[in-house]
Structures are given as C-alpha cells and as structure tokens.
Ligand binder design. Structure first.
Ligand code: GDP
Length: 331
C-alpha cells in the first residue's frame, strides 16, 4: 500500500506515454495513484517508471472489471488514458478502435453515473480528446468551439467519446472534463509515431548502424508539444471549480520536414536529404494537412503554460535514443 495521504487517482492505461507522465506527476503531488494495464502489456523496462503506482489489470472495454476497480479503489479522480492511439493503424482495425476509444468511454461514463446513484457522488473524470477530431478545418488555430470533421476511424471514435463526455456532464451533472490534446511527444513515444520513428532513425544513422529512413508525407503540419507539459494540464482541469473543455496545444504548427531537420541537427547533420526516402506506402488514405490549437482558455483558466519548447523535446528524444542504443537498454 502507498503511504500517500492525498487524494486517490485512478489512471486507466498507466503504461502508455501519457499514463507514465501523469502518474509520476500525481505522485510528486502526494496522490495515491492506482494504474491499470492490460494483461501482459507492461514490460519490465516500462514498469521501472511506475514505482509507487499500485498496478491493476484491466482491459478498458471490460465494464464489470472497471466497476469492480471503481468500487474497491474509490478514487477521487479518474483519468482515461487507455485508448488506441495510432491514427495510421486505425484504418486496419476500425472495429477494435471503436470498441476501445468509443464504447469503452460510454461504459465508463455509465458506471460513473451508477456510482453517483449509489453513493451520492462520483469521481471527477478526464477524457483525452484529440486534435485529429478537427480533421479539415476552416479555422486555424482551432478553439474549443471549432466543429469536428474527423478524417480517420481513430478521429471519429475520439469525436464520439468527446461528445459523450460533454453529454454526460450535461445530462447527469458528472464532473467531466475533456482536454483536446494536440500531438505531444517524448522518449516514451512508440516508434509508430513519426517523431520517435525519426529520432530513433537519426540516432542509428549517427552511430553508423543504418543508412536511411523511409517516410510518408513530409509537408504535413502539426502543432507538436511535450508529453510532460500536456500531462500536467490534465490534472489542472480536474482541480477547477466547474468542469469544462480545453484545447491543449502550443499554438504553433510546423512542417514535418522541419521536425526532420531539427532531429538531424541534433547530431550535427545540416542536410537530411541524402538520408531520407519517400515511401508512397506510408501516405494515408485521408490526410490531415495542418492543425494548430489555440491554448488561450487553458492559459487563462488553468494557468497552464508549456515548460518545454519543441526544439528541446526533439533534441532530448534524439539523445535518449542514442543512449539507449549505446547502452542496449531499450527504455
Ligand atoms: P498523428 O498525428 O496522431 O497521426 O501522429 P503521427 O506521428 O503518426 O503522424 C503525424 C503526421 O506525420 C501524419 O500526418 C502522417 O501522415 C505524417 N507522416 C509522414 N511520414 C510518416 C511515417 O513514416 N510514420 C508516421 N506515423 N507518420 C508519418
């Protein structure tokens, strides 16, 4: 059992990038943190980041399993970071994505209502929404009021869960918040995401272990930020007097080609061109061309500011990947 005397947080999907950053942040704030992982989903390296977290096994689609954890843990706050996160992979697995990102959220919200009926109150709930919900947008940067035009199965399911979370707040008075998170990166990002794919490849190239990296569309633009900063915003949202919806972004969009240049610059290579192959197979069936979020509301109401600029994040990711390669320790 943890010695913490503060509030209790339940972090669903604590083994992922955001789960790790959030759990560690909450521990420093004195929380008791209970985190769920899927069966066999947590390897030893990743578990090392979670010392101090009480781990439970849960597939987030399992309503009865979630209800049992809710009843025994009796958390003050629930953060749902257990989703399917890869846009690119979502085309091939749409049904699984809908179950995990959509129906699972419906079941969680239903259980929170049931809990409220039984006990008079329910834990506060954070839902991570995604900038991908905006897809093609007439508005740049996007705000909390920008309409959704999702462009992938992933984005459709996130939009469904976003609206449900708002609706359960309005229908049942639950304290639910959505944070529409723009792309956020760290050395814990899996390599199916383009930033980490690039930093890993650059580290290998710098160490002479590889010659080139294949990439898709380099003209796409995203508002990239730091996972550590974005995890802090989730906690801040649940501390407000009233639940609300927030955009979490830096406000700056940059081209993927610029990110590529930053990563190569971190190892002293000025021109990435000889090291990059364009592969049409990595182009998406429907692309999101450019997104940037307006974080004014988060800044003004939450007092949230990013602590890291993206140059620093990319530089750090390349350095960590080089160290992993040199020491043979994966994470
Ligand atoms: P997403 O924004 O959540 O889909 O995050 P990703 O990191 O997977 O992709 C960001 C952007 O990079 C998308 O517009 C992709 O089309 C583009 N991209 C270009 N090449 C690649 C690649 O090799 N892998 C991935 N994952 N994305 C790529």
């Amino acid at each position: 059992m943890s010695e913490a005397s503060g509030p209790t947080a339940l972090v669903l999907g604590v083994g992922g990038q955001d789960g790790v950053y959030l759990a560690r942040h909450l521990l420093t704030l004195g929380y008791r943190v209970v985190g769920t992982v899927r069966e066999d989903a947590l390897d030893g390296d990743r578990a090392a980041y979670l010392s101090g977290v009480e781990l439970r096994e849960l597939d987030v689609r399992d309503r009865a399993g979630f209800a049992a954890i809710l009843d025994t843990v009796r958390p003050d706050e629930v953060y749902n970071l257990a989703g399917f996160t890869s846009v690119g992979a979502s085309w091939g697995q749409a049904e699984l994505v809908a179950e995990t990102n959509g129906m699972a959220v419906l079941r969680i919200l239903e259980e929170l209502v049931a809990h409220q009926d039984r006990h008079g109150s329910a834990p506060r709930y954070f839902q991570p929404s995604s900038s991908e919900m905006f897809g093609i947008s007439d508005q740049q940067p996007q705000t909390e009021g920008t309409p959704h035009h999702p462009r992938s199965p992933y984005a459709v399911t996130k939009s469904f869960a976003h609206h449900l979370t708002v609706n359960y707040r309005e229908s049942y008075g639950l304290f639910t918040c959505t944070g529409t998170l723009y792309n956020h990166e760290s050395p814990l990002r899996p390599q199916q995401f383009v930033t980490r794919k690039i930093t890993q490849a650059v580290a290998e190239i710098a160490l002479g272990r590889r010659e080139q990296v294949s990439l898709g569309n380099l003209d796409v633009r995203r508002d990239w930020g730091s996972a550590a900063d974005y995890a802090r915003s989730m906690h801040l949202m649940l501390q407000q007097d009233e639940p609300a919806d927030f955009i979490v972004a830096t406000g700056v969009s940059r081209a993927l080609s610029d990110v590529l240049a930053l990563a190569f610059l971190a190892v002293g290579i000025d021109d990435p061109t000889p090291y990059v192959v364009q592969d049409p197979a990595l182009m998406r069936p429907a692309e999101v061309v450019d997104l940037a979020g307006d974080p004014t509301k988060a800044r003004e109401q939450l007092g949230w500011e990013p602590a890291y600029d993206f140059e620093t994040v990319v530089d750090h990711m390349v350095r960590v990947d080089m160290r992993r390669l040199e020491t043979g320790v994966e994470e």
